[in-house]
Ligand binder design. Structure first.
Ligand SMILES: [Zn+2]
Length: 150
């Protein structure tokens, strides 16, 4: 006895065909068992949508983005607990760049020696963004408070 494919099977087949990128269409002579066999076959052709997990955020510290040399300090907000990056301005102080933390890579994190070298050329403490004022700080490239902490 001929058992035609159900409405549900037909709409499911059409949906799978569309997702698999093949022209949708179901022969009217399709039986229930043929329809379920076709569904199994189509399921194998539909590639599941890949889940893209966001890359983990970089650790706290000072980073120099290799693409443009921009300096960022990565820190965690005490209020929200969110980690973010603020842009270190060459003249001292901080700027803002939307989504900057997502542009930084772990290997762009600077060591104390690199921070010191940056401070020596710019006269700004790379950790707190303040201008180096004392002769000792200028010679070290890092401000006194940051030197004791970092
Ligand atoms: Zn400092």
């Amino acid at each position: 006895m001929f058992q035609p494919a159900t409405e549900r099977q037909i709409s499911y087949i059409t949906a799978l065909q569309t997702r698999a990128g093949i022209p949708a269409g179901v022969p009217t002579s399709l039986t229930t068992s043929e329809a379920s066999a076709l569904i199994q076959k189509l399921k194998g052709e539909v590639t599941p949508v890949a889940f893209t997990t966001p890359a983990p955020l970089v650790a706290e510290g000072v980073y120099r983005r290799s693409a443009d040399g921009a300096m960022f300090r990565v820190q965690t907000s005490r209020d929200s607990g969110n980690r973010y990056a603020k842009l270190l301005l060459v003249g001292g102080g901080w700027g803002y760049e939307k989504g900057a933390i997502y542009t930084l890579k772990a290997d762009e994190r600077l060591s104390v020696a690199e921070l010191s070298a940056w401070g020596l050329t710019t006269g700004v403490c790379a950790i707190c963004g303040k201008l180096l004022s004392t002769a000792e700080s200028v010679a070290r490239g890092i401000g006194p408070v940051c030197a004791s902490r970092y």
